[in-house]
Design a protein around this ligand. Structure first.
Ligand SMILES: Cc1cc2nc3c(=O)[nH]c(=O)nc-3n(C[C@H](O)[C@H](O)[C@H](O)COP(=O)(O)OP(=O)(O)OC[C@H]3O[C@@H](n4cnc5c(N)ncnc54)[C@H](O)[C@@H]3O)c2cc1C
Length: 321
């Protein structure tokens, strides 16, 4: 069976692989047998071996070196390019993070290959699905030049275990002088809240301009915490200073696709919908019965969020207790 290279994205806090890697391994199986590619400091591959085996990696290419973490994306692109030359894979699948997209772009140049970014699905014949124009258009495309390279949008594929051998294959890392030109001199791991990561959460509760103040976002946080959810925000809420930009959902923010998305005090502008419309179940709370978000919602509550949200939080807590 053809090999499909999957670049492993590691958790920056050192807690194994990111869920995006398991999604990429699952999607890659449509095209052949996934081979995971680990680029990192010595010992990295051993720490993620079990997860890679559980999610279908037949092989694990281990490109470890003491200086692997001293550089940004260039070494990963070089290692992948060396492997593309050596094993002639059927395709390469990379998680669609900012780093992943840069690595994939560099790999495409190095190997003279076509590159499809932010794909949500890959069919067995290599046809990829992309969502364009803020969700208004679905595009199906295929790479016709070189080795097809895809970056897979987070949360578009549900990781499915498929145990495999995950046999380790050491890779000699030979970095060019170009790859060494920018060196990382310090790393600061972002302080993590106890809430799940926004793009990976199964439940997201987002607040909009209707929340009316930064202080009032505590209502959104309390509802989120009662559900073990992540907190999101509309751009209007972010621009008004109610919540930090890193939590913005939408065309110019993060894309989420949880099992449950609760939009509170959000009108449902097309740019917001672009970041959440693939959520499985959408609940909207809005005082305006004509708000466009209700066209999209599976379940709508018309009323004042200041009454509805605390009542919902209380009911959820009571049922859990
Ligand atoms: C290029 C571009 C990119 C953009 N990118 C994004 C993006 O990434 N994400 C994004 O979100 N937007 C984005 N926008 C902005 C977008 O067009 C909207 O302006 C924005 O989404 C509106 O946010 P909102 O729904 O919170 O605010 P509003 O549209 O002002 O809606 C507030 C809603 O709250 C309701 N409400 C008010 N008070 C209450 C209450 N007490 N109880 C219940 N409901 C109440 C109102 O009825 C209203 O429907 C972008 C715009 C452009 C031009």
């Amino acid at each position: 069976m053809a090999e499909v290279l999957v670049l492993v994205e590691l958790d920056p806090a050192g807690e194994g692989v990111r869920k995006t890697t398991l999604e990429a391994l699952t999607a890659a199986r449509a095209l052949g047998e996934p081979s995971a590619v680990v680029v990192g400091a010595p010992g990295t591959a051993a720490s993620v071996q079990d997860a890679l085996a559980e999610y279908g990696a037949g092989k694990v290419y281990v490109a470890e070196s003491a200086e692997a973490d001293d550089f940004l994306v260039a070494p990963k692109a070089e290692v992948l390019a060396q492997l593309v030359g050596a094993v002639a894979p059927a395709a390469v699948v990379v998680p669609s993070s900012p780093e992943g997209k840069e690595i994939a772009g560099r790999l495409a140049i190095k190997t003279g290959s076509g590159f499809l970014t932010d794909v949500t699905e890959i069919a067995p014949d290599g046809t990829a699905t992309q969502v364009a124009f803020a969700g208004q258009t679905i595009v199906h495309s295929r790479v016709t030049v070189g080795t097809p390279i895809y970056t897979l949008r987070g949360n578009s594929v549900t990781p499915v275990p498929a145990p495999a051998a995950a046999s380790q294959v050491p890779v000699q890392v030979t970095l060019s002088e170009r790859a060494r030109q920018t060196r990382v001199v310090d790393r600061v791991v972002e302080a993590k809240s106890s809430r799940p990561e926004l793009t990976e959460a199964a439940v997201v509760v987002s607040g909009g301009r209707g929340v009316a103040s930064a202080e009032n976002f505590s209502l959104i946080e309390a509802l989120a915490d009662s559900l073990g959810a992540a907190v999101g925000a509309s751009r209007a809420a972010v621009d008004s200073g109610f919540y930090p930009h890193t939590f913005q959902v939408g065309q110019t923010g993060k894309t989420v696709s949880p099992q449950l998305y609760i939009a509170v005090g959000i009108s449902g502008a097309i740019q917001h919908r672009a970041g959440m419309q693939t959520s499985k179940t959408i609940v909207a709370v809005n005082k305006d019965p004509e708000a466009p978000i209700f066209e999209l919602a599976d379940f709508g509550v018309v009323g004042d969020l200041n009454t509805i949200v605390p009542a919902a939080t209380q009911q959820i807590a009571a049922r859990k207790g």
